[in-house]
Design a protein around this ligand. Structure first.
Ligand code: T5A
Length: 205
């Protein structure tokens, strides 16, 4: 199967910007690429996005976890697995590590529940490479706020986002497939670090 590469990190770290740059660069050299973002990418996923991020209302942590999980299960079955089987390189804007960071670190859901749900939802599918864009939460939230009003998750407060950041850093420390990148650098510099990682790990056209 072809490579599955996930972009992870806190709000405003530059995931969407860097994913689009990598997609353009890979596509220009003839690589077939499918780019997807969570939650979303399917009819059910888009409905979950508007339910969870659109309004300002309260959702219980377990309901939130299951809704993100439902969106991911649809994305895996409908889009990711068929694309990988057809030889497309898949770029994901967030995947299972987001649930560990936000619902585990941020909301305090036990790790064992997250691991079990990951297995149901993704059936053991894991990214070959996770590009973790690391940025202090205050800087990321400031970037996000400059662009548009904060959504429900972005508005959770600094302590929540500091817990999210801690889980991300721990994940990078214990797993060679998770690469921590300094997202405070200029966009071009971050893009070059990403290119080095991708071209050194995967055989491309
Ligand atoms: N969530 C998601 C969970 O809680 N659990 C889950 O399981 C999943 C899948 C998703 C939300 O859902 C939560 C996490 C999130 O809160 P979203 O709208 O998709 O919501 O939000 P994000 O994924 O966080 O996307 P953002 O757009 O907020 O952040 P990005 O994609 O990291 O950043 P980007 O590229 O949009 O850039 C933000 C701004 O910074 C600038 C850009 O131009 C842009 O203006 N920028 C830089 N500025 C300076 N230097 C750089 N190097 C820059 N790079 C980008």
């Amino acid at each position: 199967m072809s490579p599955l590469i996930a972009f992870e990190g806190p709000e405003g770290a530059g995931k969407t910007t860097q994913l689009a740059r990598l997609d353009r660069r890979l596509s220009a050299m003839g690589q077939r690429v499918l780019s997807l973002a969570e939650p979303g990418g399917t009819e059910l996923g888009e409905a979950v996005r508007s339910l969870l991020l659109g309004g300002g209302g309260q959702t219980s942590p377990v309901a939130e976890l299951l809704l993100f999980g439902a969106s991911r299960a649809e994305l895996v079955a409908q889009r990711i697995l068929p694309a990988l089987a057809a030889g497309e390189l898949v770029l994901l804007d967030r995947f299972t590590l987001s649930s560990r960071a936000y619902q585990g670190g941020g909301r305090g859901i036990p790790q064992i529940w997250l691991e079990q749900l990951e297995f149901w939802v993704a059936g053991g599918l894991r990214p070959d490479l996770t590009l973790l864009l690391d940025l202090p939460p205050e800087q990321g939230l400031a970037r996000a706020a400059r662009r548009q009003p904060l959504d429900r998750m972005e508005g959770q407060g600094l302590q929540f986002h500091a817990r999210v950041a801690r889980v991300y850093r721990e994940a990078a420390a214990g797993d060679a497939s998770v690469v921590l990148l300094d997202a405070a650098q200029p966009q071009e510099v971050v893009a070059e670090r990403i290119w080095e990682q991708v071209t050194s790990r995967f055989q491309l056209p």
